[in-house]
Design a protein. Structure first.
Length: 293
């Protein structure tokens, strides 16, 4: 005897009953590592810039000095800063001074790379070399960069060499641990495989460690080049007849104050453009790492 199961007949209509549609859960506005479209990235990034400009306009509004929250002798208005660009370009030779500062940054960077690149590669490859130079690297990491100014002045005077070597030391202090870390991060599996195949010590360094670490080394070079623009004012604070740092120091002493803020914006713009150029070259050299950058 079989037991039959019957379903209750639907009521209130001829067709079968339908379940209510499930509600989609609301996504939280803040999500961890969320992927945003480019438009959203630019929109969100424009918010703090817009707020900063609005505050700047607000505290410098007014034609009379007495009506302003902050005196123009301390903070000029955005219009006054932009209006001073013509005098900065023609009367103070802005383009020539930019080229002078750019040349100093590039020369200091080249000196630092010539010294730090082989040293960092050896420290990351050979444990004994790393143990030998780690105390100096740690000392440099905790050394305040401004203290290098009187040191280089006492050793090299106030000429061009002092500025370039100061920037070279600042670059080196930042770049050395980055290169060592890039080589250290290479997985031992590659070394073991190459050793099993009969590779020598120099082959391990030249054909295994260096090629694998190159993308991270390039990224370290890119970041350290931007560091030079943050120290250009310190490099050019003495004997400041040339360079954009000299324009800031002279404007601080004798005016106009508008040129201080205008040159600061120009320094940030130059650093931003050069960083984008580094990124474009990096995409060409390491296209397989593009998604991670």
């Amino acid at each position: 005897m079989t037991k039959e199961t019957t379903e209750p007949a639907p009521t209130g209509g001829a067709g079968p009953a339908t379940a209510p549609a499930a509600r989609r859960p609301r996504r939280p506005w803040f999500q961890v590592r969320e992927t945003l479209p480019l438009g959203a990235v630019w929109s969100l990034g424009a918010v703090p810039v817009g707020v900063l400009l609005a505050v700047w306009f607000g505290v410098t509004a007014g034609s009379a000095t007495e009506s302003r929250i902050i005196s123009p002798a301390i903070l000029p208005s955005p219009g006054e800063v932009l209006g001073s660009f013509r005098a900065l370009w023609f009367e103070r030779a802005l383009a020539r001074n930019i080229l002078v500062s750019l040349g100093r940054v590039c020369e200091g960077f080249a000196c630092a790379v010539a010294l730090v690149f082989p040293l960092g590669l050896l420290m990351g490859s050979f444990t004994k070399v790393k143990a030998l130079f780690t105390p100096l690297a740690v000392f440099g990491a905790y050394l305040p960069i401004p203290t290098l100014v009187p040191l280089t002045l006492s050793l090299f005077g106030t000429g061009e060499m002092q500025k370039i070597l100061f920037l070279a030391l600042a670059f080196s202090i930042f770049l050395l641990p980055q290169i060592v870390g890039a080589v250290d991060n290479v997985d031992d599996m590659y070394l073991k495989t190459a050793t099993t195949l009969g590779a020598s010590r120099m082959q391990l360094v030249r054909s295994v460690l260096l090629p694998i670490a190159w993308p991270d080394i390039y990224q370290a070079l890119r970041l350290s080049f931007g560091v030079g623009w943050s120290y250009i004012l310190l490099a050019e604070m003495v004997d400041s007849a040339r360079g954009i740092g000299g324009i800031i120091i002279t404007s601080q002493r004798r005016g106009p104050r508008e040129h201080i803020y205008l040159v600061l914006v120009i320094i940030v713009a130059i650093a931003f453009v050069t960083d984008k150029l580094w990124r474009v070259v990096g995409r060409r050299l390491f296209p397989y790492r593009d998604e991670a950058r």
